[in-house]
Design a binder for this molecule. Structure first.
Ligand code: ZN
Length: 434
């Protein structure tokens, strides 16, 4: 099936699942994603110590709704799973409107939005409601049914490693812990899954690509407790894949290091893309899982390529971050951008010009048309790109640096470099280590 149509189909299948840090909806999400890529899934038992944290109890939701005084059923989690406050404790009873009000969340500034509210660690229950609906609630007694549990269960995480020729890795990390919301968060796992498929289809990969699908924060902490040492040794670049499904301009949030390979590749590719220039942000210690990957002990080269980032759009963390807010064309464009960045990383080699004294003669190697621009002989590559490459390939510049300085794309430079290596003009001195 065509990629865009497949993304749409998977979006619609994943949309209604009630996701949280853990639980059945997350397990089912990973099961559906496994149809797209061979994820290895692990269940981490509640209570397991991970770095400075403990794996939380599993949240079980059977049903949750409220019956209004007129007998109408409302705030039903089956109708919209954003209605139920995340991690709500069980509660059943008849209460007054005044009592119910203490457990309702709404947004006066966005009266049609149902806000996404979660009580991670304080035991509580609650419902989210559109503010315009809240204002119309009649006086009287309300029957509240919240059939939930927090049990000793497990938290689901998945990973898959797509091997390349080198052990050096690129990490793509995304999360699967939000209920029905599109930009934050379904765009992330969909982009990651379809990016995997594009990378897996390549005839050759120099680098190894690691994909992690984890709940935000606790999942990244679990993942680092298991893979942190390995990542410290092998990771060359990584990105947190999130908030990249809307048609807004790209946003790049830099790693804590600020100028690592991940930053250079993402900024170069995003600046070269058509459309409005990307918004480049320095690292800040709020946001998503780059907070964990870039914690000082790990300080991994991980940034985040987004479109409209968390907090930058009014619909963020509400029911209005839905299918209408994202665009499937934008999702495909975001996959294109991620793919291009991965290709730029994969081809980022340091070359050395083997004829550095004067320019090597290109004509007798079939690399330059003697008749110039109007000549009849086809020039097999972009001679301009080749000239930049030969000039800057002194063993100190990687391909990205040559792209930055010359204005040529990493892809054009890579093509010229391959041919120059074949003709004995250049030698690859291996990857530049971040
Ligand atoms: Zn979020």
């Amino acid at each position: 099936m065509e990629e865009r149509a497949a993304i749409e189909e998977y979006f619609d299948r994943l949309w209604p699942l009630l996701r949280s840090l853990n639980g059945e909806g997350v397990r089912r999400t990973h099961e559906i994603l496994r149809e797209l890529l061979p994820l290895e899934t692990r269940e981490i038992p509640s209570g397991t110590p991970v770095l400075d944290w403990t794996v939380p109890p599993e949240w079980v939701v059977r049903e949750a709704y409220v019956v209004a005084p007129d007998g109408r059923r409302m705030l039903d989690v089956r109708e919209n799973n954003v209605h139920l406050m995340g991690r709500s404790m069980p509660f059943c009873g008849r209460i007054s409107l005044a009592e119910l009000e203490k457990h309702l969340h709404s947004m006066p500034a966005l009266p049609k939005a149902i806000p996404f509210v979660i009580s991670y660690y304080a035991p509580n229950w609650g419902f989210s409601i559109a503010h315009e609906e809240r204002e119309r609630l009649p006086d009287g007694d309300y029957e509240v049914v919240i059939d939930t549990d927090l049990v000793e269960g497990s938290t689901t995480i998945s990973e898959v490693v797509l091997p390349g020729e080198l052990p050096d890795e690129v990490l793509l990390s995304t999360y699967t812990c939000h209920p029905s919301m599109a930009n934050d968060n379904l765009s992330g796992p969909l982009i990651a899954a379809f990016l995997y498929r594009r990378l897996a289809a390549l005839p050759r990969r120099r680098l190894t690509y690691r994909f992690a699908f984890v709940p935000e924060t606790i999942g990244a902490i679990i993942y680092l407790s298991q893979r942190g040492d390995l990542l410290r040794e092998r990771l060359r670049a990584g990105y947190v894949v999130t908030c990249a499904g809307d048609p807004g301009p790209f946003t790049y949030k830099r790693s804590r290091r600020g100028d690592c390979l991940a930053d250079r590749a993402a900024e170069l590719i995003l600046r070269r893309r058509p459309g409005p220039p990307p918004r480049i942000r320095d690292f800040f210690p709020t946001g998503s899982d780059e907070r964990q990957y870039c914690s000082p002990g790990f300080n991994l080269p991980v940034g985040s390529i987004m479109r409209s980032a968390y907090g930058d759009y009014a619909e963020y963390h509400t029911s209005l971050d839905n299918r209408d807010f994202v665009s499937f064309d934008a999702l495909v464009e975001s996959i294109d951008a991620y793919f291009e960045v991965c290709r730029a990383l994969d081809t980022n080699v340091v070359y050395r010009n083997l004829f550095p004294f004067g320019e090597p003669q290109l004509g007798r190697r079939g690399l330059y048309s003697r008749l110039g621009a109007h000549g009849s002989e086809p020039v097999p590559i972009d001679v301009g790109a080749l000239r930049w490459l030969l000039n800057l390939a002194d063993g100190t510049n990687d391909l990205l640096a040559i792209a930055e300085r010359s204005g040529y794309s990493p892809a054009a430079l890579h093509e010229a470099a391959e041919l120059a290596v074949e003709k004995g003009l250049l030698r690859s001195e291996g990857p530049q280590v971040a």
